[in-house]
Write a new protein. Structure first.
Length: 415
């Protein structure tokens, strides 16, 4: 019989063979026993379930819950294993996990320690492709308005690809056949395997910084999804987006699509087609020049015929200019007389209004009041107008203004 920690035992509760079987286990001993049992059975297992409560703390480890319609179990994938995932886990995703079941003794939680994780239903690479495609599209890296046109007959063409592939030979052959005098700068890179994406991004950046090319082809020949995967990496997409010259993506065959195709200014179905897009055939350009010259000549001749007809119609309508000049001179004289009369009438009306206003202003003037026998008394020396005799005292001096002249007076008496 086992006893809980801290439980008081009585002598009669002890098992018969108390000297052989421990009376109790500590919590740590109990959890360790459970942990050992879990790690022995079921051992390493594959588990499928829906992911929820997914989170990544600063430690970089991946914590989540695996569940189905009846049960759930906590799971953890440490950073070292998580860094190798080709896709980004998220809530609601059905995943297949390989790992071992154990007990997290600090909390007594049963957990699945995941070593391998794969998306259920879709391959990890395809899922990673779709996730990165959605994210870069949301950032505007695929926007049509930022796509740049290809230069006409560039003098210098850059190619970022492998030196050992048939794709480079095909592109050089096409460029040499069409315009051998074009300069081609090849930046050799790995196009598959570890480190290929970084090399491709560096090659794009090197040609972009050099200022030696007017257009750039980035690509390789066909292959499996895994072979072409370097062109689905985010580092390559951002290098293409940051390039200072238009970029043509030429990866794989016509049916192959990569993230580089969506970011590039132009997509070519094959590397050979990319070389054909950069420079046209000399014969085709010469034919276009001849066609444009003939079209221009026809347009000029047609325009001249139209202008000749218009000139002939105007010549028929044109009359004697001297007669028109005399009519205009007479009209100017009539307008001058009319303007003079209108000005005189306006001036007379203004003078009458001025005289009337002057009469009204004189009627309101205090001088007119004085003319009727009134006067204005000012105190001396401040000059204030006296309106009430109560403001005066006997002996005050006043200056009285009449219609004509002034007088200095003294108050002898007030009423």
């Amino acid at each position: 019989m086992l006893y809980s920690v801290g439980m008081v035992r009585r002598e009669d509760d002890l098992p018969l063979f108390a000297n052989q079987i421990p009376a109790y286990l500590t919590v740590s001993e109990l959890t360790q026993s459970i942990k050992n049992s879990l790690e022995r059975e079921p051992g390493e297992v594959w588990v499928v379930g829906e992911m929820s409560n997914f989170r990544i703390p600063p430690s970089g480890h991946l914590y989540f819950t695996l569940k189905d319609d009846k049960s759930q179990i906590g799971a953890v994938m440490f950073r070292r294993q998580g860094n190798g995932l080709a896709f980004a886990p998220e809530d609601g995703m059905e995943v297949l996990c390989f790992g071992r079941v154990s007990l997290y003794a600090a909390r007594g939680d049963v957990q699945l320690y995941v070593e391998i994780m794969e998306p259920r239903g879709k391959g990890a690479l395809y899922l990673a492709f779709e996730q990165l495609k959605r994210r870069l599209a949301a950032e505007g890296l695929f926007a049509a308005e930022r796509k740049r046109p290809l230069p006409m007959l560039p003098c210098s063409i850059g190619i970022v690809t492998s030196l050992h592939g048939a794709a480079l030979r095909d592109m050089l052959r096409i460029l040499d056949d069409r315009f051998a005098e074009r300069r081609v700068i090849v930046r050799p890179v790995k196009v598959q395997g570890d480190g290929a994406a970084s090399e491709i991004a560096e090659g794009i950046a090197d040609l972009s910084r050099s200022g030696l090319v007017e257009v750039m082809i980035v690509g390789r020949g066909g292959g499996s999804l895994e072979d072409l995967w370097a062109f689905n990496e985010e580092i390559v997409a951002r290098a293409i987006y940051a390039a200072s010259v238009p970029v043509i993506s030429a990866v794989g065959h016509e049916i192959d699509f990569t993230i580089a195709d969506f970011v590039a200014d132009h997509r070519a179905p094959t590397p050979t087609a990319a070389a054909e897009m950069v420079v046209a055939r000399r014969e085709e350009l010469e034919d276009q020049i001849h066609a444009l010259a003939n079209r221009f000549l026809r347009c000029v001749q047609g325009r001249l015929a139209v202008e000749r007809d218009a000139l002939a119609r105007l010549a028929k309508r044109l009359s004697d200019p001297t007669r028109r000049l005399r009519e205009n001179q007479q009209r100017v004289d009539d307008l001058s007389l009319s303007l003079s009369r209108r000005f005189q009438d306006h001036l007379a009306r203004f003078r009458r209004r001025l005289a009337h206003g002057s009469e009204r202003l004189n009627g309101l003037s205090p001088l007119a009041v004085l003319e009727r026998g009134y006067s204005i008394a000012h105190t001396v020396p401040d000059g204030a107008i006296v309106k009430d005799s109560a403001a005066l005292t006997v002996g005050d001096r006043l200056r009285v203004t009449f219609a004509r002249g002034k007088a200095l007076c003294r108050v002898e008496e007030k009423e």
